[in-house]
Structure formats: C-alpha cells, structure tokens
Design a protein around this ligand. Structure first.
Ligand SMILES: C[S@@+](CC[C@H](N)C(=O)[O-])C[C@H]1O[C@@H](n2cnc3c(N)ncnc32)[C@H](O)[C@@H]1O
Length: 248
C-alpha cells in the first residue's frame, strides 16, 4: 500500500474522515471572497479537489465548476457527486487548463502537496497563467514555524457496523522545506481491528516566504482562518487564508 493510501486504496473512507467539515461554509466563504476581490465571472476550478465536495456547492451556486486531482480514485468519487463537472487527473504543479478561469481554489492545506519550494513556485506560475484578467486564487496554508508536532485531531465515527478512529497531525522537524501530514485509520468490525498509517510529504514554508513567492504574480491578501468573517490575518496564528488577485 502506498504512503498516501487514503487517496487511493482507502479513498472510499475519505468522506467519512471529513464528515465533520462544513464544506458549504467553506465554499460560501470563497464565493464571498470572489464577490469582494474577483471579476464576477463564473468559471471555477478546484485544485486537489478530492471527492469534489466544494465543486458540488459551486455548481449549486451557479458556477461552471471543474476539478483537478492527482489521484484517479478520488476523481471517480467526485465525478459521481458532480456529473456536470469535468475532472482531470493532473499534478497541480504541472497545471494546464483548456481555457482560463475566473476563480481557482485549493482547500484543506492541499497547496502544501507541492513537494518543494521549486515545485510550489512552478505551481503558482501555472495558476497565474490559468486565470483570466482579474481572476483570483484562494487557498489556506500553515506556517511551518508554528507547527506543534504534539497537536493533532482525532475523530471517532461509526459506519456500516464498523467503528472508525481517524487521527491526523502535522510534523515538522524544525529545518528544511518539507513537513509531513501523518494520518492513521483504525477500523474495528466484529472485534477485528485493521490499522493503516499514511505519511504525506509536503512543502514547508513560512507565511513570509509564501507571500514572497506569490507577490510577482498576485496582489496578495492574507486573511484570518475564519470562514464566518472576512478579516485580516493576525500575526501569531499559524493558519491563514490567502487570496491572490492576478497581476498583469
Ligand atoms: C486533504 S485532500 C483535500 C481534498 C479536498 N480539497 C477537500 O477539501 O476535501 C488532498 C487532495 O490532494 C490531492 N493531491 C495530492 N497531491 C496532489 C498533487 N500534487 N496535485 C493534485 N492533487 C494532489 C489528493 O489526491 C487529495 O485528493
């Protein structure tokens, strides 16, 4: 099994693991950012779209919404959820689109799936090229300097007579440009427990570095990581929501 089994062999458990996420609230937040900062167009692309929950909401908001993801099993689920959308299997750092978009998003810290600062830089340039004039790019990120290796999230859920325990945490060793997302899934059915562990290598950087990478391509706004209110980010919080308005 691969080190990112959650997106391949275990993709059918992904939505269960994310059952507590309020996808409508997140989608509505980005729709409001687009109203505030964007060009009012309705061509939308979600990068690292996973099983397509945000795309479903954007279609329902009236957008023409499509998705890109690296892993086909995730896209297969997304296509069932959003038959109206087109899904393309691509590595986001090599992003190429058939036509330009008004809004590109990347949720759940997935921008960090770029493996290095070099690939993230390439990804940002390709996102810029994929946007129409006045188009915006919205995503959330974590600052490597604030990662607490001891903190994590644990969720216990039940489905089809099985008990599941999902755990996730960031790990950053303190140096270098890579961090890890460590995930574990425990499934117990009829007294038999199965256990899987994933380790996802991702790019690690500070918000200052991220802003410097974005600035040549975008007018950048760094916002508080709060889907209820649009407010500037306060120094000190390790999570933020970024909005980039296409330059040029
Ligand atoms: C944490 S999930 C987020 C899925 C979805 N955006 C959500 O909010 O539920 C991360 C997604 O990124 C995808 N992914 C990982 N590396 C990628 C890459 N280099 N390019 C595109 N997608 C990638 C995975 O397959 C997975 O679907």
């Amino acid at each position: 099994m691969s080190a990112t089994a959650l997106y391949t062999d275990l993709s059918s458990y992904y939505d269960l693991m994310c059952a507590d996420i309020n996808y409508r609230e997140q989608s509505d937040y980005v729709r409001r950012l687009h109203q505030l900062f964007g060009n009012q167009g309705t061509d939308y692309l979600d990068l690292a779209c996973g099983t397509g929950p945000h795309i479903r909401h954007f279609i329902d908001f009236g957008f023409t919404a499509n998705g890109v993801d690296l892993n086909q099993p995730m896209l297969d689920i997304a296509q069932l959820r959003c038959p109206e959308a087109q899904f393309t299997q691509q590595d986001m750092c090599e992003l190429k689109t058939a036509s330009q978009l008004d809004l590109i998003s990347c949720f759940l810290y997935s921008i960090h799936y770029n493996q290095s600062i070099a690939t993230l830089t390439k990804c940002i340039a390709n996102i810029h090229a994929a946007l129409k004039p006045g188009g915006i790019f919205c995503f959330n990120a974590v600052d490597k300097n604030t990662i607490d290796n001891r903190a994590g999230i644990k969720r216990n859920l039940q489905q089809d007579n099985s008990d599941f325990c999902f755990q996730s945490n960031w790990y950053y060793c303190g140096t270098g440009e890579q961090q890890e997302l460590q995930l574990s899934i425990q499934k117990t059915n009829n007294g038999v427990t199965e256990y899987w562990r994933d380790q996802h290598t991702m790019v690690a950087l500070s918000f200052q570095q991220l802003q410097e990478l974005l600035e040549p391509y975008f007018e950048v706004y760094v916002l508080a990581h709060d889907y209820e209110k649009i407010m500037p980010w306060q120094n000190g919080s390790g999570n933020a929501f970024f909005v980039g308005i296409k330059r040029g």
